[in-house]
Design a protein around this ligand. Sequence first.
Ligand SMILES: Nc1ncnc2c1ncn2[C@@H]1O[C@H](COP(=O)(O)OP(=O)(O)OP(=O)(O)O)[C@@H](O)[C@H]1O
Ligand SMILES: [Mg+2]
Length: 248
Amino acid sequence: MIVVSGVTKRFGGRPALDGVSLTVEAGTTHVLLGGSGSGKSTLLRLVLGLAQPDAGEVVVDGVRVTPGSRAEIQRRIGYVVQEGALYPHLTAAENVALPARARGWQAERTEARVTALARLVELERSWLDRHPAQLSGGQRQRVGLMRALALDPPVLLLDEPLGALDPITRAELQTQLVRIFRELGKTVVLVTHDVREAFVFGRTITLLEGGRVVQQGTFADLARRPATPLVTEFLRAQAPPPEMTAYL
Ligand SMILES: Nc1ncnc2c1ncn2[C@@H]1O[C@H](COP(=O)(O)OP(=O)(O)OP(=O)(O)O)[C@@H](O)[C@H]1O
Ligand SMILES: [Mg+2]
């Protein structure tokens, strides 16, 4: 369970997050939805202890995130950074194996884990002997996800894990990931600016704007009982135009 209480984070006096609170129940997926610069990535970084809040606190599975507890917190969390961030000089398999290597796993155990993860994200094992530059964007994102899952952490923080994918691959991966998170019982915070994605993934959603929470709830709450006109505007901005729905 992740509890964010009254968190404010300023950069050069300007708040990137302003009194943000949210709770993610264990084993559920919570979506951070919001436009560019709304504070989504900053919030993930605070959960990871990569930055410290100016006010408020973050508690992960009962442990308050501080510089002292950061290493312990990070052991519990798999993180997929915005843009993937694979090491280009390593093969995909070596990228996935890094966390296990760092823990001193034997080669055999690591290889078995890599193979199991490839099956989980439905990526052919042979692709993993390539370097990231030789993979498509969707394959790279699967590899990033495999690396985050490598040590089977109870918590996953995913920053736009499906950005820059074609719509068909994106929809396929969304379906696979929903299944994976449910099967594995992960506590997930997923960042997106994509309304469809928020609908598919999020048991609960926080809509952020300018570092503040505009509304929290289920997709139905946001759609049916919008807290402000901005909520409706945000949800509608990505809906197909009415003329188009006649063709669908
Ligand atoms: N290290 C930093 N130093 C200074 N300002 C920062 C830093 N990190 C974030 N910011 C600022 O904080 C605000 C929130 O940034 P953040 O990266 O959290 O947005 P975001 O919601 O993830 O946006 P995007 O959808 O574009 O990734 C922005 O105005 C950004 O410029
Ligand atoms: Mg971001």
